[in-house]
Each structure stands twice: as C-alpha cells, then as structure tokens.
Ligand binder design. Structure first.
Ligand SMILES: Nc1ncnc2c1ncn2[C@@H]1O[C@H](COP(=O)(O)OP(=O)(O)O)[C@@H](O)[C@H]1O
Ligand SMILES: [Mg+2]
Length: 394
C-alpha cells in the first residue's frame, strides 16, 4: 500500500503529475486510484474521460474519481462552521485558537479527504494518489484535525457538561448560544474521522507528499514555505517535481533567455531542497492529456528513479535526554528564523511559523519542565527543556 499526495501552487501541474504518476503505477501492475480533492476538477480533463464520485476505470488497473460534496454534508458542515465561530467569538477564546478555527476549509475539500481515507481503508488499492487543491487550501485541510482536536478536547467536554446541566441558564448568563446536541455529535464524529485521515496521510511507512513547482522565482518561494509548513504539520515530503522546464537548444534568443533563467532557478531549487530528489518534467509540445501522453510524462520525469519509492523515514519530532534535561527537535526545513515563534502553555508547545501554527502535546516528562532555550540549526528547531523542581516533586 502506498499513499502519495501532490501539492503546489495553482496551475503548476499537480493534476498532470498525479495522473501521470498514477498511470505509471498502473502500468507496472499496481492497482491504482487517483482522487482529486481540488474543487476545480480537472482530473477528468487530464485523462480525457468522464469521471464521477465513484472510482471509474480509466485504463487497466487505473481508476480515477472526483468527489462532489453532497448537499446534506454541506449543510451540516456550514452549521458546524458557523457555530464554532460564534462560540469562539463570544466565549473569549484567545485569538490564537480563534485564528486557527477561522481557517476551516470548505465542505468539498473535507469530504474529499474523508473519501481518501475510506478508499485507503477499503483495501482495494495498492496505490492511492491524491491530487490536492493548491497549497494554501491543502495546508488548511491538513491542519484541520489538529485544530478541531483542540476544540473537541478542551472546550467541548467542558461546554457539554455545562450545557447538559444548565442549558436554559447558559444562553442568558454566558451569552453563549447553546448548541443542539446533534451538533456536538457532528463535530466529534468529524474529529474522529479527520484524525483517521491524518493518520493515513502521515503514516511513515506508506505516505508522502510530493511538491510540484515550475522554475520561477514566485513559485519556488511558495514551494519553500510549503515545505516548512508541511514539516510543521508532520507530513513527509519525499521529492520535488519541477514541471514545464524548457529543453535547451535552438538559436532563438527568447528561448535561450528562458532556458538560462530556469536553469538558475533549478540550481537554487536543488541546493535548497537537498537531499530531496528533484524530478524534471520538460515543457511538452502539447498538453499532456490522455494515458499515453501521461505515461510519457512520468517516464521522462522520473527516469531511472522509482516514482513510488519512499525514502527512509526520518523522525520529524524527536525527544532526547541531555545533561540539563531534555531536548525536543522538530524538522523545519527552510524555515525563516524571524518567522518562527514558540510558546509553552503547561502541557502544550505552540509552534508558529508565519501564518501556520501547530499545537504539540508534550510528553509527560516535558510537562514538568521549563523551556530554557530554542535554536534553529540545519533545518531543525531544537528546544531545550530543564526540569522545574516545583513541578517535578508533585
Ligand atoms: N510539462 C507540461 N508541458 C505542457 N503542458 C503542461 C505540462 N504540465 C502541465 N501542462 C498543462 O498545464 C495546464 C495546467 O496543468 P494542471 O496539471 O492542470 O495544473 P494544476 O493541477 O497544478 O492546476 C494543463 O492544461 C496541463 O495540460
Ligand atoms: Mg489541478
């Protein structure tokens, strides 16, 4: 079993790369499903066959599907969303968590991810490839189980108790809208399912993310930030696919200019993203549409390397003993020192990188410690902890 996600900026070739890699996988005899979580469904266009919300066979052993949000789910989700926001605003939940929850993604993307988990769990597939929405949306989506988790674990049990005992009083006194019981259940169920989604997508033995980019400064800059954020959320990136690379040759100065500019960008990409492999997909004379063209795209991009290969796992978060206590190290490749922020609140470590935030629940030994320092070195953030005698003796 192998789960492979493709993400990147809009229009760089995520759908093409997903469809091409799936075509390769099916070609070597692995039963493969490619799912699009991008509401802008273009997977059907890439294969030039109609696709529905059930797996449709495109070629031997190659299936595609595009998930469409069902009306019913959309309504529930909208209700959940607006309830969470109202509660947060009125309950005076500090802005950090409010921010986290205001970025709830749309119903379509959530439903698509749930479908990915169902398909993986079905045992029907050797390979499941996910054609993700553009970067920002994907990241919101991947952070969702944690954001919801915070809510479910903290606010919900407390509120639910209150609601059960003093429901009529609550709305008047606290100014909180008392939520219907079924809403609690909906959020809890969603949280459970999304936690499973996250488990499937971050499984070190089977899952990885591939970043698609084109060799242009703006696109590369975004890909760098994405690499950091994906690591922050615990997703493993196992390669970069540089698409639409102009082949060298000819005497046209316009083309020579592009070739030179792109090769400078590519040199930078190789240096920045090392040791990740950088696969190169040339700019083709026509859109790679249909199984034959997609197969050729994959063959050229991956060459001798195995498109389904998974580099040896490295621990994204690691705790070690030190002379003065403990050290927690977390992989944050390419992180900008100035954008990294850290705070410790009792049993949680809140790590912020730019607009992205992760709440790490600390192992019990570290809860009885103080953070004594942090530094960013070689793509990892090292946080030093020293035992706090008062907490330790309890
Ligand atoms: N290497 C390539 N050469 C030529 N056209 C390409 C190449 N890669 C992608 N395209 C075309 O570029 C457009 C955008 O690609 P697509 O895979 O849909 O991007 P995304 O999914 O990232 O938005 C499509 O029309 C696709 O056929
Ligand atoms: Mg696409």
């Amino acid at each position: 079993m192998r789960v492979l996600l493709f993400t990147g900026k809009g229009g760089v070739g995520k759908t093409t790369a997903s469809a091409a890699t799936a075509t390769f996988a099916a070609g070597v005899g692995r039963k493969t499903l490619v799912v699009s979580t991008d509401p802008a469904h273009s997977l059907a266009d890439a294969f030039a066959v109609p696709l529905g919300s059930e797996p449709t066979e495109v070629d031997t052993g190659l299936y595609g599907m595009q998930v469409d949000a069902q009306l019913r789910f959309e309504q529930t989700w909208r209700e959940v969303q607006s309830y969470l926001l109202t509660v947060l605003a009125r309950a005076g939940v500090d802005t950090m968590q409010a921010e986290e929850l205001t970025v709830l993604p749309g119903a379509e993307e959530v439903l698509a991810l749930l479908e990915v988990r169902n398909q993986v769990a079905s045992g029907r597939w050797d390979v499941v490839i996910v054609d993700c929405a553009p970067t920002a949306e994907t990241l919101r989506l991947l952070a969702l189980p944690e954001a919801l988790g915070w809510y479910v674990e903290r606010l919900f049990p407390m509120q639910r108790r209150v609601v059960r005992s003093v429901r009529p009083v609550l709305s008047r006194v606290a100014g909180l809208p008392a939520p219907p019981e079924r809403l609690f259940e909906a959020v809890e169920r969603l949280h459970r399912m999304l936690t499973e989604v996250r488990t499937v997508l971050t499984d070190p033995a089977t899952a990885s993310v591939r970043l698609v980019l084109t060799p242009e400064a703006v696109v590369v800059a975004e890909a760098r930030r994405t690499l950091t954020s994906l690591s922050l959320y615990g997703y493993r990136v196992d390669g970069v696919l540089a698409n639409r690379v102009f082949p060298a040759g000819g005497s046209d100065p316009w083309r020579a200019g592009w070739v030179a500019a792109q090769s400078a960008q590519l040199a930078q990409v190789r240096a920045d993203f090392a040791p990740l492999p950088v696969h190169i997909a040339p700019y083709r004379a026509a859109e790679p549409v249909g199984v034959a063209a997609l197969g050729a795209f994959a063959a050229e991009a991956y060459g001798e390397t195995d498109p389904l290969g998974l580099a040896a796992a490295t621990d994204l978060v690691e705790v070690t003993r030190t002379e003065s206590g403990f050290e927690l190290a977390i992989a944050l490749p390419l992180a900008d020192r100035a954008a990294v922020d850290l705070s410790c609140t009792g049993d949680e470590l809140v790590l912020t990188v730019g607009a992205h935030r992760r709440v790490l629940t600390l192992p019990s030994a570290l809860r009885r410690c103080d953070v004594t320092g942090a530094r960013l070195r070689a793509g990892r953030l090292h946080v030093a902890f020293a035992p706090n005698p008062e907490l330790w003796m309890r």
